[in-house]
Design a protein around this ligand. Sequence first.
Ligand code: ZN
Length: 660
Amino acid sequence: MPQKVDKLFINAHVLCMDEDYSAFENGAVAIIGDHIHAVGDAAALEKTVTPTEVIDCAGKVLMPGLVNAHTHVPMNLLRGLGDDLRLDVWLLGYIMPVEREFVNPEFVHLGTSLACAELIRSGVTSFADMYYFEDQVAEAAAEAGLRAVCCQTILKFPSPDADSYQDALAASEKMIKKWKGHPLITPAVAPHAPYTSTVDILESATAMAQKYDVPLHIHIAETAQEVEDSLAAMDMPVVPYVERFGVFNSKVIAAHCVHIDEREMHTLEKYGVGVAHNPTSNLKLSSGIANINRMLDLGINVGIGTDGVSSNNDLDMFEEIRLAALLAKGSSGNPTVVPARTAITMATSMGARSIHLGEETGSIEIGKKADLILVDINTLHNSPHFRNDPNSIYAQLVYAAKSTDVTDVMVNGQWLMRSRELLTIDPEKLIIRAQALAKEIDTFLIERLQSVYTKLIAVGGAEEQESYEVQVKVKVDDPQRVVQMIQESDLDILYYRHYHEYDTYFKFDDPGEGWLRYREDEFIDDKGEVENIRYRLTLIGPQREKHFPQDVLLSRSRFIAPAPHSLRFYREYFKPSDETYIEKDRRRWKVCFHEIEFFINVDRLDEPDLGTFLEVKSRTWSQEDAEKKAQIADDLLRLLGSSPQKIETKDYVQIIETKP
Ligand SMILES: [Zn+2]
């Protein structure tokens, strides 16, 4: 008696993507419920089953749905926000400020639904995600009917959904308990990356992944900088550092692995770590090219991912598969590496293994979940085709086919797309909501990025320091004598400091923006050695000078912020129109003179080489106070035996700018 089945695909070119690469040019696949009941030649299989629904697949490839091994689906709402920027400028200057302001459960749900529509259209049936409010990713993915590994992000600093990493860990556990056992959703934990984790995060996340037997998703060695930093701080590259805390004893999905060496690859292989290769993202952010060919040789399960659309800018897996094959060839100088069939394997069966869903999905095999797609291979750009070589069908899919050739998508035995019509999602409505949100984000960013000051606030806060400054400056020919006079005077010296200062002044087209100074202060100890380094940004507002008989009183606003990022970062973020570099050796005394605190600076300008200047300074909040101090500053200068040849600030600036 023929077996009753729910669905029977006939007349399909079936690519099973099983271990033997079984294929049937006129094949059939029978589905019962959520799983594959039978696969084989259409003529033979049709006789053994009684189907409720028959799907004629003439002219189409029937293959396992694609697996997107690494993405951040809610970021679909941030598509095209800050392109052509370096990773840190993009992330710290644009994405993170917007995420802090806008990311909430509703944002995550909307972004995920939008992404699911795009994933289904490009033939994806499973994806591994990592984001905030991951519970909402799971909700939206389940609504869309997609299979997903939903990994809750854990960071060592506050994130949009957690004030502390302990909160993020608790949210992960809650999500795991809620979704564990769901037919489509595999909940998991995601310590974002080793450099954004503490040891406690790595160990706790691993313990949780092991306790609940769920995957652990992490970014590994994405950039060369990450490896350099790891070597500098830990004296070892990223993989052995992570291994040390037992992380690989869980089911790890390691995204990127661009900068890992042979030994690290062996480690990944030994622990069965799945690698998610993200060719477009790695190219777009200029991270490098992962040596997937070598990883594949060693037997590592390498999947393919799109990463978030912010660094891609789409979720088109066909593009990624093609790039994975092309990049491996282009970077190795060997066109035989990562052949088309391997590339398709990486996006199907091996991709499923890389995200630890290999038992359920990724291939057309009896008992596996019915996660299938149909691809029309009779379109113009797919024609003609040859079949003398069994591998040519894979080559056609990799090098010629496009995501728009996907006509039908099924997950867990349920249709998500039929004849290119989405059945579980209405993308039109989502697009309208996404565009409305984009408008809000535009307004927010335009406000944030309108001036140097607001940009400084956006990237890490600033504190207003002082508004009036008394400053008298003279050139000195014999610095030693000045120092001696300070020491021998009966001035009340409060403290003495010695620095080397490296200042880069950013200037802007609009002089109203003021100057932004990036200062590296090296504190020099008694032995003349660098004791400590401090990096600071100071935004110096445009100055208004007021002249007294001989002194200069400056009135200007100053905002001071710590500068944790590189000079290069700030240059690319603030985009100054011009720069001036000044290097000086500064000896500074804080003294009390006529009950007023003054700084006496003896500055030797090394770059540009301009000799030594003596400067007397005092800071105050009120103009009246400043005027009083200006007179006393003059007396102080005279006490130090200086000639009255004072240099006004604007002249000093000019001296520096017209370097000898
Ligand atoms: Zn990522």
